[in-house]
Design a protein around this ligand. Structure first.
Ligand code: SAM
Ligand code: SF4
Ligand code: SF4
Length: 375
């Protein structure tokens, strides 16, 4: 038998070490890219591993027992993550989302939460910190996360029917344990809890109404997410996308809805409320409605590469600066330059059928995967 050749994991995606500009300037808390979009939201992936194999994210056929996940030494340590987070905050970030892979698989995550929760914006405010999880380990960890300073949590849940849910996660994980995780998060005071359901036509779209019914008149905010063509592994097809407009139509028939104003510029979800006072829901229409114009999100991969878009093909290797001995001002200036040069707006380009988006759709260079960079 021939051993599988394992490529060097760190080189799976193209990256370059960011340039430290000649004129080093201290961050001002206000940084804008080529389309005047500020930097506000940082998503930090703390592991590329996961105990689920959702077909739209880590299909078993690709993420098999031989898959070369990142070796431990290439992961950013908690001190490194916190140091970078502090620099991003100095540039204007006021929201941090911990993600993955499955973030609760990262050992001692509550220690990182505690370190990040002590950071302050330039005007002295605490940052808005949240975490996205499949909730498989949440019942055990909710209280420790809350005690460490986590405020909110987003749980991914694609069905209430146990058989459908087990099929969606593809590791036979029971839905009852996710629901226990949500209850534990509620008890610990991690609120408001958001529940994200990725809708795949023909797989779980018949679960839309049961999910709506389950979370109406609760404090949980349910959000429906269009199945996105991120990465290169999930075999995405447009006919498996159920447009948000259709999701809203279906719910509206059973439980009449009315639109709500956005909370924030750059908010990804369109919000609605039940006319009978049953609470709020949201839809995230990444495929049918581009929201690049207000996209203020940066993503930091598990091994310290900065990505400016979910559909990016190239990262900016901040770990090389950290481990190469650059000082804080130098790293902050390098991050500043990268963001100022940002032109990414893949969804917008795709919706106008632009040639550059089509070139990206061809699969070369390779696009980043969701489990690697987080949602
Ligand atoms: N493992 C955690 C979880 O599932 O919540 C965090 C990481 S996961 C990559 C973050 C979010 O991305 C989840 O809500 C997941 O449903 C979503 N996601 C993954 N692949 C997706 C796809 N192809 N289209 C839409 N959403 C996707
Ligand atoms: Fe794991 Fe989350 Fe991806 Fe599902 S969506 S495979 S839970 S990282
Ligand atoms: Fe932001 Fe890229 Fe998504 Fe557009 S496609 S909203 S730029 S992450």
């Amino acid at each position: 038998m021939v051993d599988k050749v394992i490529p060097l994991a760190d080189h799976r995606y193209a990256s370059a070490v960011p340039i430290i500009p000649a004129d080093i300037t201290a961050p001002t808390g206000s940084l804008h890219d080529q389309f005047s979009r500020p930097l506000r939201d940082l998503r930090i992936s703390v592991t590329d591993r996961c105990n689920f194999r959702c077909s739209y994210c880590m299909p078993k056929a690709v993420f098999d027992p031989h898959y070369d996940f990142l070796p431990h030494g290439s992961l950013l340590g908690f001190e490194e993550i916190t140091r970078l987070a502090r620099l991003f905050i100095a540039h204007g970030v006021h929201k941090i989302r911990l993600t993955g892979g499955e973030p609760l698989l990262r050992k001692d995550l509550d220690r990182l939460v505690s370190m990040l929760s002590k950071l302050r914006t330039p005007d002295g405010h605490a940052i808005d910190m949240t975490l996205t999880t499949n909730a498989s380990l949440l019942a055990k960890k909710a209280q420790a996360l809350r005690d460490a300073g986590l405020q909110r949590i987003t749980v991914s849940l694609d069905a209430l029917d146990d058989a459908v849910f087990r099929r969606m996660n593809d590791v036979d994980f029971p839905v009852a344990d996710v629901l226990k995780g949500i209850e534990a998060a509620e008890r610990a005071g991690l609120g408001p809890i958001k529940v994200n359901m990725v809708v795949k036509r023909g797989s779980n779209d018949h679960e839309i109404l049961p999910m709506a019914a389950r979370f109406r008149h609760t404090k949980v905010i349910l959000r429906f997410i269009e199945y996105v063509d991120v990465g290169a592994s999930n075999g995405w097809r447009m006919d498996e996308v159920l447009p948000s407009a259709e999701i809203i139509e279906r719910i509206n028939v059973a439980y009449p809805l009315e639109p709500l104003e956005a909370n924030d510029r750059g908010e990804t979800a369109q919000r609605f409320r039940y006319r009978d006072g049953g609470g709020e829901i949201g839809v995230i229409s990444s495929v049918t409605q581009a929201f690049c114009r207000d996209c203020n999100r940066a993503r930091l991969s598990t091994e310290g590469k900065l990505f400016l878009c979910l559909f990016a093909t190239r990262g900016h290797d901040l770990r090389a600066l950290l481990r190469g001995g650059a000082n804080d001002l130098e790293i902050a200036s390098a991050i500043g330059l990268v963001w100022q040069q940002r032109e990414d707006r893949y969804s917008e380009l795709r919706s106008t059928g632009s040639a550059s988006a089509q070139a990206l759709d061809s699969g070369e260079p390779k696009r980043i995967e969701m489990h690697y960079i987080g949602g």
